[in-house]
Design a protein around this ligand. Structure first.
Ligand SMILES: [Ca+2]
Ligand SMILES: [Ca+2]
Ligand SMILES: [Ca+2]
Length: 743
């Protein structure tokens, strides 16, 4: 069997067309994978079947390229305008299309029987971890070498890590959520706290304790809280106090809650974008309940004494306390705060396994105990039934030299007055339940960022229900199980739910548990925004999503204006639909995606329908003598709707042996030369600027060139007898030949 020489594309086009693809079920995809709607370029990887017609045709073709570039062929098989992207292997390549999504294009190409698979060519990214240099592990020029191990996903080594990193894919916190840090004040000039601190207030009444030269004042900055032996010896206020350097405790707590994150400097914080309200209640040798409670009520927006609080907090963090029973004053203040929707987070205390401190033992608060990196109770942490849950508190492992697992945070180098702002590390340590509580407070800030209506009870119950189980092994056989608090201290022990709370803080799980139900997305695209009457429009929404675990349905509807008429020629409840425009005007197509909880999202696109262009051929003559030419004028072809004719293509539909074109076949005019007597049908295909085509035909009769009679002058006149005889003989010869061939 022989064929005229065809282009490879045309050859492949002769092969079986693909079957229509069925609409596919709405896929449940995580929000993070939802793709942008409509009007983007589709980009798809196609793998062709090794024994399929496409590969066979490609390899059989003499000019077969080693790597496939089959966009033209696929365009003809699918009716979608495709362009070739780079080849990937001998059977795969990238193809591009405009006006539909990558998922939609992949679905259509995958339906081709000669395609093994087709899938969106997706962009990949490095993991979204903050760029703060102290965050990652394997620190070379800083300590601890494990960086901020406690914020990362847990693993077999860092069992108690809180997985803030995963929570940040849902939320990085919002600045409308304020976490108050009731503490020693803060260093406002720490570069990793700049922009994260409201002004706050200083509630310390006693001037000697305050160490700032006065009583209560509007400056919550921390002047230092060092205590000297001389002060203990001489000043009755400090009679039972510990001698020590300034702690910068409030700065450390504030950094864990909400240090500026992803700012390229220093550390990352749990709460990232939440704001911090510093409320100074602790000075030299601590502070009094009266100032702490006044500060709590003010921080939560329940008091305007001495000034109104313009940034009331949704969460209070108190990394403070001492032994005793919850007092009436705390009970009263905490019940007011929780009733007003303020969540109160308090450190359990560092009483080495003795009972939980006050005010952490007050009802209605979230008391936080401390665990080692491997998830056991860290020696210094208090414990007991009042504990809500546990979080990393920092631990060293090494008895000398570098501390291996402290909690790195913002601090200052000053031993008395402030000096240089810096970070705690393996030698300047942050260890204690003081630093467990802010991890919970920051997590509460993230939870309230995604669901502001959460009550304090809901915050607490969610933190508890999403906490991970305590490990029961891994610390060695000599480590005992934690016992109810008594008068005997308890060092490291395996936590139980009656001693260390519900489990290990899991920030990611807590945030996920309160994240609002995601609305579906309904990205839709149309094969063209400017369709023509009678030309079907492909509508596509394969990238539509519903929240994880949901299912959804599609509904396509339309509204017309300006005289337009159109109707769907497909089902209207699939991920794709086909619209047939029947009169010019405007059509608005709407896709509504409804999930199984009834949450809906609708999206629309507007189509402007025009009539198709008109192709016209005006021949200079309907007949031409063989050897002569006739000119064909297509320049009166026209387009409507503001379009123009963008392309002309002249072809011969039949009678190719009787005539051929002289010169170009892609201009508005063409010339046909007759070659032998017969009838030639010429076709003009015009394409308008929106890509819509029309054709016109013109029939040209070619008459035989005259021959000279006798031996006389050449040309013209009737055919002479000898010529007719010769012609008849030739015809007979051809017939004979044919007959012979058939025999
Ligand atoms: Ca003061
Ligand atoms: Ca002050
Ligand atoms: Ca930072």
């Amino acid at each position: 069997m022989r064929h005229p020489l065809l282009t490879l594309a045309a050859l492949c086009a002769l092969l079986a067309p693909p079957t229509l693809h069925a609409p596919h079920a709405l896929a449940a995809t995580p929000a993070a994978q939802a793709t942008a709607p409509a009007a983007k370029a589709a980009r798809v990887i196609v793998m062709y079947k090794s024994g399929g017609a496409l590969m066979r045709a490609l390899s059989a073709h003499p000019a077969s390229p080693r790597y496939p570039q089959l966009a033209a062929t696929l365009s003809q098989r699918t009716g979608i305008a495709l362009t070739d992207g780079h080849p990937i292997s001998e059977r795969s390549q990238v193809v591009f299309a405009k006006g539909l999504s990558s998922a939609g294009l992949a679905a259509r190409l995958a339906a081709d029987p000669d395609v093994e698979f087709a899938e969106p060519d997706q962009r990949r990214h490095i993991r979204s971890i903050p760029n703060d240099p102290l965050y990652p592990g394997n620190q070379i020029s800083a300590t601890p070498t494990v960086g901020q191990w406690y914020l990362r996903p847990p693993n077999s080594v860092n069992v108690s890590a809180i997985n803030a990193e995963t929570a940040w894919t849902t939320t990085t916190g919002t600045s409308s959520v304020v976490v108050a840090v009731l503490d020693t004040g803060v260093r406002f000039d720490h570069p990793d706290l700049v922009g994260k601190l409201y002004t706050g207030y200083d509630f310390i009444s006693d001037t000697v304790t305050a160490n700032d030269g006065n009583g209560r004042d509007a400056d919550a900055s921390d002047p230092g809280d060092w205590v000297t032996q001389a002060e203990v010896d001489s000043d009755p206020t400090f009679k039972d106090c510990d001698v020590g350097d300034s702690s910068w405790h409030g700065t450390q707590v504030a950094g864990l809650v909400g240090a500026a994150t992803n700012n390229g400097i220093g550390m990352a914080s749990v709460g990232r974008n939440v704001m911090i309200l510093p409320v100074r209640v602790l000075g030299k040798c601590g502070g009094f309940d009266s100032d702490i409670i006044a500060g709590m009520l003010w921080a939560g927006g329940l008091s305007s004494n001495p000034v109104a609080n313009s940034h009331p907090a949704k969460v209070l963090n108190l990394s403070l306390g001492s032994a005793g029973s919850c007092t009436a004053s705390y009970t009263n203040a905490i019940s007011q705060l929780t009733a007003a929707g303020v969540t109160v987070v308090i450190s359990a205390g560092n009483a080495e396994g003795l009972a939980v401190d006050t005010p952490a033992n007050c009802s209605g608060v979230i008391a936080v105990a401390g665990v080692r990196h491997i998830g056991t109770k860290v020696g210094f942490s208090s414990l007991g039934p009042e504990v809500a849950l546990s979080a990393p508190a920092g631990n060293c492992i090494n008895l000398s030299g570098a501390c291996l697992n402290p909690l790195l945070t913002t601090t200052n180098t000053g031993t008395t007055v402030p000096a240089t702002n810096t970070y705690s590390d393996s030698f300047r340590l942050s260890l204690g339940t003081s630093f467990s509580a802010p991890l919970v407070a920051g997590t509460a800030g993230l939870m309230l960022s995604v669901k502001p209506a959460l009550t304090p009870a809901q915050v607490k119950s969610t933190l508890q229900s999403t906490a991970r189980a305590f490990p029961t092994s891994g610390a060695g056989a000599t480590i005992p199980v934690c016992q109810a608090p008594s008068s005997t201290t308890q060092d490291e022990c395996y936590c139980t739910t009656s001693t260390c709370g519900a489990g290990l803080l899991d920030t990611a799980a807590a945030v996920a548990a309160v994240a609002p139900p995601l609305a579906p997305t309904a990205p839709l695209s149309a094969s063209t925004a400017n369709p023509s009457v009678g030309v079907p429009v492909s509508l596509e929404a394969s990238d539509a999503t519903v929240a994880a675990g949901r299912s959804g349905t599609y509904l396509w509807t339309l509204a017309t204006s300006g005289g337009a008429t159109a109707s769907f020629t497909s089902a209207v409840n699939g991920s794709t639909a086909t619209l047939l425009p029947t009169a010019p005007g405007t059509v608005t197509v709407t896709l509504t995606v409804t999930d199984d909880l009834g949450v809906q999202t609708a999206a629309s696109t507007m189509l402007t329908i025009s009539n198709p262009p008109t192709a016209v051929i005006v021949p200079s003559s309907a007949t031409v003598v063989a050897g002569d030419s006739v000119s064909l004028d297509g320049s009166t072809s026209s387009a409507v709707g503001g379009r123009s004719i963008a392309q002309y293509a002249w072809t011969i539909s039949s009678g190719a042996s009787f005539g051929s074109f002289l010169g170009a076949t892609n201009a508005s005019t063409a010339a046909l030369q007759g070659t032998a007597a017969g009838t030639v049908v010429v076709t003009l295909t015009v394409t308008d600027s929106a890509g819509v085509q029309s054709t016109a035909n013109s029939t040209i009769t070619v008459t035989a060139a005259p021959v000279s009679s006798g031996g006389g002058g050449g040309g013209g006149g009737a055919l002479g007898l000898p010529w007719l005889i010769a012609l008849a003989a030739a015809v007979v010869a051809v017939r004979v030949n044919r007959r012979r061939l058939r025999d």
